[in-house]
Design a binder for this molecule. Structure first.
Ligand code: FAD
Length: 560
């Protein structure tokens, strides 16, 4: 809709016509096995758009490579041109134009999605060798259906590419135990900014390996990743627990992520903030997981404030597991087809009445769930359990997507803000941001859940706060469709205000999916790791060809 913040290339600009001619000559001479669109073909596609919908930079050509060889040919060709840049595009789910190349070449990695898919065993562990352009959704379906296996660490939404999330981190409710996705990769094939095809790992070219992980696409294009697998469970008990008090919510969330052993804690721990009102998107109705469940606010204590907190947990199990103990929680088996799906907190919303025939009582693993719930201080009677298949659980946001697409909210702009805030600053953040600035909600989920720094590898490029426990805070705004540019800008300004507040208060925090415009800001983001980041750029992409949409480095011209 708006492309309100980005710059369009003027259509009749003489300079850009000359560039188009040059690029068409270059592209024709490459001899790629894949395909190329240039001129109008390149600018009519989706390469100048992303999920954020706020920036639009038109490329000169879009390349659909058949594999790593084509990627290397394109980068080498860009090398020979004075100012040409190259952006890998995963599925374009960035917010601020990070996968775009202004008058450069966009490599659409989706065309390589099927190039690799192989289960390999190395020293007793099982891995998946998968293309950088593959969607995690396809990884899930193929791994579970064909092999009964699955990666250990996920993102909430799976129509993201392997290369795209590994260039950032890849975080979801499993990260407290296994670390982000970048902590679960053993080997990468990368085409560097020099056009070299390199296989790297912790022991082979480790500098490239660790720089690429969380490296914002700056050092190379990931064409294959080796991802650690575990056996996939059949089912998941998924539970929402409501808290009126922030302190109790964080105490319980931190307890669950700190329990060391599997089966001592849940397999998934997330949380979100919601509004203490009957607002269908931001309030109580956003919490229940099943149409038959009712959020009765009469259970809330008198002390409840303008916002409430919800801990979201899940426990894996198999159909063959013993179901001896009576389950105090009384979960229900829900088929997702029974439910209409809103997006208020990545949840199926209660819109369609329950079909009682399809709701089965299940007695399951009572001892594990009950033992854990007994230790938690959620508001009595405000707990919402369901049992779903493991695959449905991991695909939960796909249903939200369908709903949002149907009402036009998927394709409108998304001024999202993602950050990591250290535990010691979160209470103040909660008071100032959730309870004041955002007390009426944001028309979408406000995620907040703890992560452990010790599960993140400092050798990767991603930046996180200093403290051992820090929280992911995600403001996933879905403004109503047809909002004008000025309204979207207000939300962007509100995000900036929140970041500025954190800076002014001296918080220990980092932006996740960072977006800065000046070198000074990037230096500040990387802190004492800036020199390493800059020197690695010099080694692996000396002309600054790759990922120009991140706006960290400017292309170094070949011209004297
Ligand atoms: P793109 O947006 O296309 O690219 C992102 C960056 O990576 C660009 O700079 C691009 O040039 C570079 N890049 C892409 N492919 C490669 C490659 N093969 N090699 C090197 N560089 C590459 N993130 C989470 O961690 N957890 C979540 O739960 C989560 N949920 C999300 C839900 C939704 C609805 C959306 C829209 C995003 C979500 N994200 C989440 C964010 C997501 O991880 C980022 O958008 C990420 O950029 C991946 O998206 P993509 O594959 O479309 O990559």
């Amino acid at each position: 809709m708006i492309a309100c913040l980005g710059r369009f290339v003027p259509e009749n600009d003489v300079e850009s016509r000359a560039e188009n001619d040059d690029v068409s000559t270059i592209c024709k001479s490459l001899g790629l096995k894949g395909s190329i669109d240039f001129g109008v073909g390149a600018t009519n596609g989706s390469a100048d758009k992303d999920f954020g919908g706020m920036y639009s930079y038109k490329p000169l050509a879009v390349i659909r490579p058949s594999g790593a060889d084509d990627v290397a040919v394109v980068i080498k060709a860009a090398h020979l041109q004075s100012n040409l840049t190259v952006a890998a595009r995963g599925n374009g789910h960035s917010i601020n134009g990070q996968a775009m190349a202004d008058r450069g070449l966009v490599i659409d990695m989706g065309s390589t999605g099927d190039s690799h898919f192989e289960i390999v065993k190395v020293k007793g562990s099982t891995y998946l060798d998968v293309s950088g352009g593959a969607l995690w959704e396809d990884v899930l379906k193929r791994c579970v259906e064909d092999f009964g296996l699955a990666p250990r660490s996920w993102t909430d939404y799976l129509r993201l590419t392997v290369g795209g999330t590994l260039s950032n981190a890849g975080v979801s409710g499993q990260a407290f135990r296994y670390g982000p996705q970048i902590s679960n990769v053993a080997q990468l094939d990368v085409v560097t900014g020099n056009g070299d095809m390199v296989t790297c790992s912790e022991s082979r070219q480790p500098e490239l390996f660790f720089n690429v992980l969380g490296g914002l696409g700056q050092f190379g294009i990931i064409t294959r990743a080796r991802v650690l697998l575990q056996s996939a469970p059949d089912k998941v008990r998924w539970i929402r627990l409501v808290y009126a008090e922030f302190d109790e919510f964080t105490r319980d969330a931190e307890l669950l992520v700190s329990l060391k052993e599997e089966r001592e804690s849940f397999d998934y721990v997330e949380g979100f903030v919601f509004v203490n009102s009957d607002d269908t998107v931001n309030g109580w109705p956003s919490v229940p997981l099943d149409p038959a469940q009712v959020f009765d606010p009469a259970h809330l204590p008198q002390t409840a404030g303008s916002v409430l907190y919800c801990l979201e947990v899940a426990l894996h199990y198999n159909n063959s597991d013993p179901r001896s103990a009576v389950d105090a929680v009384d979960a229900k088996c829900v088929s997702f087809e029974d439910v209409d799906h809103g997006f208020s907190s990545w949840v199926p919303q209660r819109i369609v009445p329950a079909d009682s025939d399809k709701v089965k009582r299940l007695r399951f693993q009572g001892h594990v769930v009950d033992r854990l719930l007994e230790r938690l201080g959620f508001v009595s009677k405000l707990n919402f359990p369901v049992d779903v298949s493991y695959v449905d659980f991991l695909l939960r946001v796909k249903l939200v997507e369908e709903h949002a697409r149907a009402n036009g909210m998927w394709d409108s702009p998304h001024p999202w803000l993602n950050m990591f805030v250290s535990k010691s600053n979160l209470a103040e953040f909660n008071r100032a941001v959730f309870n004041e600035i955002l007390k009426d909600g944001i028309n979408g989920p406000m995620l907040v859940y703890p992560l452990l720094r010790s599960k993140w590898d400092d050798r990767t490029s991603v930046m996180v706060p200093e403290e051992e426990i820090f929280y992911l805070v995600a403001l996933l705004r879905f403004p109503p469709p047809h909002e004008d540019g000025a309204s979207i800008k207000k939300l962007v300004d509100q995000n900036r205000g929140i970041v500025q507040y954190c800076k002014d208060r001296g918080f220990d925090f980092k932006l996740f999916f960072p977006h800065y415009k000046s070198e000074e800001e990037w230096k500040c983001h990387f802190g004492d790791r800036w020199t390493r980041f800059r020197d690695s750029k010099k080694a692996f992409d000396p002309k600054h060809i790759l990922a120009p949409g991140q706006k960290i480095f400017s292309r170094i011209s070949n011209e004297p």
